[in-house]
Design a protein around this ligand. Structure first.
Ligand SMILES: [Zn+2]
Length: 181
């Protein structure tokens, strides 16, 4: 099942990248994939954001201070993700971090003119989510800016079977209802 979910994520991420600029400071992307929202749903969540919005910088962390900042920010992301993408308490969902890293971003840059100021990097993280109860009709809420104040908008996409939903979170008051439209 994991392979199928990863494939679904790749498809939805690819579609988003085509629609939107890949790297925009303050903008995060979240892709949630469930095979089904019935019985005890199991899924994966992928999170992507410019490093500037998470760690506060995008140059390579060489100094001890920068490395510490990066580690602290990734630890916060892993520990508080359930405050950023909030499943209803009734569904008893458990979010587990699988990976979180900072990656330098090269594409889209002219190598000749590349200077330190132009260097960009992205934070990528992956989580597993396991819920005890069905998610049919469940309403997701979001708290990105509460954890990382530099995130001012986030594109959240959710796929589950035939269901494809999305919401752009700007004020933090947006919700995502899991049901067929
Ligand atoms: Zn950048």
């Amino acid at each position: 099942m994991r392979i199928a979910l990863v494939f679904l994520l790749a498809v939805s991420l690819g579609a988003q990248t085509r629609q939107r600029k890949a790297h925009e400071h303050g903008s995060a992307k979240v892709n949630i994939a469930f095979e089904s929202v019935k019985s005890a749903p199991k899924g994966v969540i992928e999170f992507e954001a410019p490093a500037e919005s998470i760690t506060g910088f995008e140059h390579e962390a060489k100094s001890a201070a920068d490395k510490a900042k990066q580690t602290a920010a990734l630890t916060t992301l892993k520990a508080r993700f359930a405050e950023m993408v909030v499943f209803p308490a009734a569904a008893a969902c458990k979010i587990t971090n699988k990976s979180a890293k900072v990656e330098a971003e090269d594409h889209g840059h002219d190598k000749k003119s590349k200077t330190k100021q132009e260097q960009h990097s992205e934070v990528h993280a992956e989580f597993d989510v396991q819920c005890a109860k069905p998610l049919t009709g469940a309403v997701l809420t979001f708290g990105f800016a509460k954890v990382f104040p530099k995130i001012h908008d986030a594109d959240v996409a959710l796929i589950a079977g035939d269901l494809q939903l999305s919401v752009e979170v700007k004020t933090g008051k947006e919700t995502l209802r899991i049901e067929a439209k």
